[in-house]
Ligand binder design. Structure first.
Ligand SMILES: *Cc1c(COP(=O)(O)O)cnc(C)c1O
Length: 399
């Protein structure tokens, strides 16, 4: 039996984490998605349709690239990148939004719905909705709409309806509530396209399965290129989807050290970081039991990261499980280290990483310096940084 690469039990639990913490009237909706998804897992026409889109639309397989200059500069282990930044739309998220959109379509749902913070998930879902042919509605806080104009425009060009959220803090937290209120109006006809390996069962499992392609490809490609498995894996963790996508193919190989990288932001005080697994404790959020940055009453607390895709107070329940059983180590990288790695990879290798991915790059560099030259590190480069260039220049003042 597999010890690490597990599916949740029939109630959606990875160990004590996950589940379906939702109003009883919504349980049949999520159970129906679970039943339908279980069929599709073994349905040839579904898998063929998804594979076709991943190959001809997303551009998979994404390559593995050996960063020779970066490796030589730091003088230690050899660093490789799985290039999810080269996917259509520029990040790994398209792998699971396409899967979700196809499930929604085959279930006969009438609309894809989601919230978005900085707009990355909104754009990925709007893209999948366009190609699969379903209407799409994205809820977004007014403050985020003002800050992220290009992504708002992108979503609209892709045909999505962007709903401005005026309540509360007018940012992600309220956008979640607003989208959820829209969902419960007509849950039978609406598919809530969750943006990571989070939410009620079956989403943590289903989104992971759609991201597994990253690890499956990487395992084969790395063997072809290097002749063996990588010694270390590194990926950034927001909700945890790009990380688990890569890691799941290697969990059973106990000799491989696996690192998830969380943002320690501006410091370790509550509100200054989004280091959920490192500094949080188990609680409930968004329909699941998982590590959570919370106050004494169990309420989720405000979080911060320079990378908007990482600022989530919870985390995927499978990561909570893998932390407790010590199969994965979770490490911290702060804003400053992230920015330095962003510039370093750009100048040395000509690859501008997303600020989210730059957390993984920063940790890989640190790790490489401590290891001998014959060791290897495979990093999931989850996305490209075009979206971040103006912000970075503003932050560091000069280039
Ligand atoms: C959204 C995003 C992340 C964080 O999401 P995970 O579910 O933790 O993978 C990381 N990198 C990029 C480029 C993103 O857009």
């Amino acid at each position: 039996m597999n010890k690490y690469d597990i599916d949740p039990d029939k109630n959606g639990f990875f160990g004590e984490y996950g589940g379906q913490i939702i109003p009883p009237e919504l349980k049949p909706i999520f159970d129906e998605i679970n039943d339908f998804y279980s069929q599709m897992k073994n349905d040839k026409s579904f898998q063929d349709e998804l594979s076709y889109l991943l190959k001809h639309y997303v551009g998979r397989p994404s390559p593995i690239y050996y960063a020779q200059k970066l490796s030589e500069k730091y003088g230690g282990a050899q660093i490789y990148f799985k290039r999810e930044d080269l996917n259509h739309t520029g990040a790994h998220k398209i792998n699971h939004t396409l899967g979700e959109a196809l499930i929604a379509k085959r279930m006969g749902k009438k609309k894809l719905l989601a919230e978005t913070g900085a707009g990355q998930h909104g754009v990925a879902l709007a893209t999948a909705a366009a190609v699969v042919g379903l209407p799409c509605e994205i809820h977004m806080g007014e403050i985020d709409i003002a800050k992220q104009a290009p992504n708002v425009t992108r979503m609209k060009i892709l045909g999505a309806k962007v709903v401005p959220v005026k309540m509360g803090t007018r940012s992600l937290k309220d956008a979640v509530d607003s989208a959820f209120n829209e969902f419960v109006k007509d849950p039978a006809n609406t598919f809530f396209g969750i943006g990571s390996v989070v939410g009620p069962h079956p989403f943590p499992m289903m989104v992971r399965d759609f991201q597994r392609i990253v690890g499956i490809e990487a395992r084969q490609q790395f063997k072809e290129l290097v002749g063996k498995n990588p010694d270390n894996l590194v990926a950034c963790v927001g909700g945890g989807s790009n990380a688990i996508g890569l890691f799941s193919a290697f969990l059973e190989d106990e000799g491989i050290d696996i690192y998830g990288v969380e943002p320690s932001g501006r410091g370790l005080d509550l509100g200054e970081h989004a280091a959920t697994l490192t500094l949080g404790k188990p609680g409930n959020i968004h329909g699941m039991h998982t590590y959570l940055l919370q106050d004494d009453k169990g309420e989720a607390q405000p979080v911060y990261s320079i990378a908007s895709g990482l600022d989530y107070p919870g985390v995927g329940p499978q990561h909570s499980f893998l932390k407790d059983i010590k199969r994965i180590k979770y490490e911290l990288i702060n804003d400053e280290e992230c920015l330095a790695a962003f510039m370093e990879l750009s100048k040395l290798e000509g690859i501008i990483p997303a600020l989210e991915s730059a957390h993984a790059v920063a940790f890989a560099i640190k790790l490489a310096t401590k290891l001998p030259k014959d060791k290897t590190i495979l990093v999931n480069l989850s996305g490209r940084g075009d979206k971040d260039i103006d912000f970075v220049v503003e932050k560091i003042g000069k280039i």
